[in-house]
Design a protein around this ligand. Structure first.
Ligand SMILES: NC(=O)c1ccc[n+]([C@@H]2O[C@H](COP(=O)([O-])OP(=O)(O)OC[C@H]3O[C@@H](n4cnc5c(N)ncnc54)[C@H](O)[C@@H]3O)[C@@H](O)[C@H]2O)c1
Length: 256
């Protein structure tokens, strides 16, 4: 298998959470490699900024405001994208939220909202875009899970449960889509702190605890996820489905 199989040039990709820390980096990298990226997010102003920054460097992307929990919005996105591009090669489900708290302070409405965005939003994406991919007999879906999927992360009850559900759902859809030509995998990043994480979630004690548990003794940078996602989206991974790809500096293999 030659290197050309890793190519994503001219492929059509849809991203959710495209304006964020991790997926924003994926959009930038793939756009620069010649993929047609449709970056969607809840925050249109951030999307416009992303488009402007890329344009200044000679690259272009499509941006669209999309709430992943809104089924009609997904249908609209699917119709518009297939009208414009005639096919969709990849879907990256990266929209995600968290709201840390102690167990007895878990707010039930917030718990439901987190599951709705992180898990149900991904389900709707896999249904709407997945259906179109099956009609094309080809496609690759990458769902962004987390190291919190299992064992769970303290103070992140809904988040951990939603990501455990996401890993499970990914395998189930991969099984369901098995013979269709559409592959479904998950990416399991370790710790790639956003500004929000640093402010709301990462006390010095927590940072020390994470780094002590990470064999490589550092956090990850979003560009260190690009290679794994590119592989999953490209033909180089054509026999890979239902897999969970871990990129975490060794966090998952550490015990004592
Ligand atoms: N940063 C990390 O350390 C880390 C680790 C493991 C997994 N992840 C996962 O990676 C993904 C990206 O996270 P990030 O760290 O870049 O965070 P981020 O907050 O920078 O990005 C998440 C994006 O999702 C968008 N979003 C939130 N609700 C939405 C909705 N209803 N519809 C559409 N978009 C919505 C936000 O506007 C934001 O741009 C998430 O799924 C997250 O759970 C992150």
């Amino acid at each position: 298998m030659g290197l050309k199989d890793f190519s994503i040039k001219d492929k059509i990709f849809i991203f959710t959470g495209g304006a964020g820390h991790i997926v924003g980096e994926l959009v930038n990298s793939f756009a620069k490699q010649g993929a047609h990226c449709i970056s969607t997010d809840l925050r249109p102003e951030k999307l416009e900024l992303q488009k402007k920054n890329l344009k200044e460097n000679g690259f272009d992307i499509d941006v669209l405001e999309l709430d992943v929990t809104n089924q009609k919005a997904w249908q609209h996105l699917t119709q518009e994208t297939s009208k414009k591009y005639k096919k969709i090669d990849g879907l990256i489900n990266g929209a995600g939220i968290n709201a840390p708290s102690t167990f007895f302070d878990v707010d039930i409405e917030m718990f439901k909202k987190i599951v709705d965005v992180n898990l149900v939003g991904t389900l709707i994406g896999c249904q709407t875009i997945g259906k179109l991919m099956i009609e094309q007999s080809k496609g690759s879906i990458v769902n962004i899970s987390s190291t919190a999927a299992a064992p769970p992360l303290s103070k992140a009850f809904a988040y951990s449960a939603s990501k455990a559900g996401l890993t499970n759902l990914t395998m189930n859809i991969a099984r369901e889509f098995g013979k269709t030509g559409v592959r479904v995998n998950s990416l399991r990043p370790g710790f790639f702190p956003t500004e929000w994480n640093k402010k709301n979630f990462l006390s010095q004690e927590r940072i020390d605890s994470i780094l002590n548990h990470t064999p490589m003794k550092r956090f990850g940078e979003p560009n260190e996820l690009v290679g794994a996602v590119q592989w999953l989206l490209s033909d180089a991974s054509q026999f890979v489905t239902g897999a969970e790809i871990i990129v975490d500096g060794g966090f998952a293999c550490q015990t004592i």
